[in-house]
Ligand binder design. Structure first.
Ligand SMILES: [Zn+2]
Length: 274
């Protein structure tokens, strides 16, 4: 495993422990709608390995994954198969330019991260094809055993800035993955509690203007446009289509910001997709 992958949650309780003392204190990229990669157009280059969609190394495979993540992913997919779940890799590394294309062509609002903000640019984030609800559950329960974290779990859209994506996993190394699983928290929440673990750029070096922060008239409180929740996330516009989780977008009230709400009693209120 590389230093980056094994950045430890320091054993001590001091929040400052580790960052200067640990010999392998490499940071993890902290990206979200407002934060970019430390170098916006970062490319892992030679660290990428080619895999086929079953996770087997294959020089002609279309999927590119960071070397450490690839080894762990191969094991994860083998274990899933053994447990009866035929998972495949849907998507892995995407370069800045590829992400820019995905963002421009994506019709569903909030589904794609802006270029420079996507975990896929690291080579350590993978989208899996999960054929059944049981496969989704299995992944949620076992991904951490292979060093992966679920970046966008349900109900955390206001924290992560993205809709729930049970298929999107990121390799963070065994220790951090176990810690997140134990606490039931996301990497975003860990970074907010322990900013020294993460590393972000300002987005000012991004090749495309769409990578930079803008909220326009949208406030932190946010608003609903049909089922789509939009809000200003730390100075950057975020959008989540609540209907993908079969939820309505509930407008802000005096005491609460706009949010994807509980399903409405009438079954026809929320549009279901996928
Ligand atoms: Zn993804």
């Amino acid at each position: 495993m590389s230093c980056a992958a094994t950045t430890a949650i320091a054993a001590g309780s001091s929040p400052d422990a580790g960052s200067s003392e640990a010999p392998h204190a490499a940071h993890l990229a902290w990206v979200n709608p407002a934060r970019c990669h430390p170098s916006c157009a970062f490319d892992p280059g030679a660290r990428l390995q080619r895999l086929d969609d079953r996770g087997a190394p294959n020089p002609r495979g279309k999927l590119r994954v960071d070397a450490d993540a690839a080894a762990a992913l191969t094991k994860l997919l083998a274990a899933a198969r053994e447990a009866g779940h035929k998972m495949r890799i849907n998507s892995a590394f995407r370069s800045y330019r590829e992400q820019a294309r995905v963002f421009r062509t994506m019709k569903e609002r909030g589904r794609a991260a802006r270029p420079g903000h996507s975990e896929h640019q690291l080579g350590t984030a993978i989208d899996l094809k999960l054929p059944t609800t049981a496969a989704i559950d299995w992944l949620g329960e076992h991904a951490f055993e292979y060093g992966f974290a679920l970046s966008y779990p349900p109900g955390k859209q206001r924290v992560t800035g993205y809709r729930p994506e049970p298929w999107h996993i990121r390799f963070v190394g065994d220790e951090i993955a176990a810690e997140l699983h134990r606490r039931g928290s996301t990497l975003e929440e860990l970074f907010r509690a322990r900013p020294e673990l993460g590393e972000s750029g300002t987005c000012q070096d991004c090749p495309a203007a769409i990578s930079r922060k803008v909220c326009g008239k949208i406030t932190e409180t946010g608003a609903c446009e049909g089922p789509v929740l939009t809000w200003c996330y730390d100075g950057a516009l975020a959008a989540v289509d609540c209907s993908v989780s079969e939820q309505p977008c509930v407008a802000a009230t005096a005491g609460a910001p706009a949010e994807c709400g509980p399903p409405q009693p009438k079954g026809d209120a929320a549009v279901t997709r996928e």
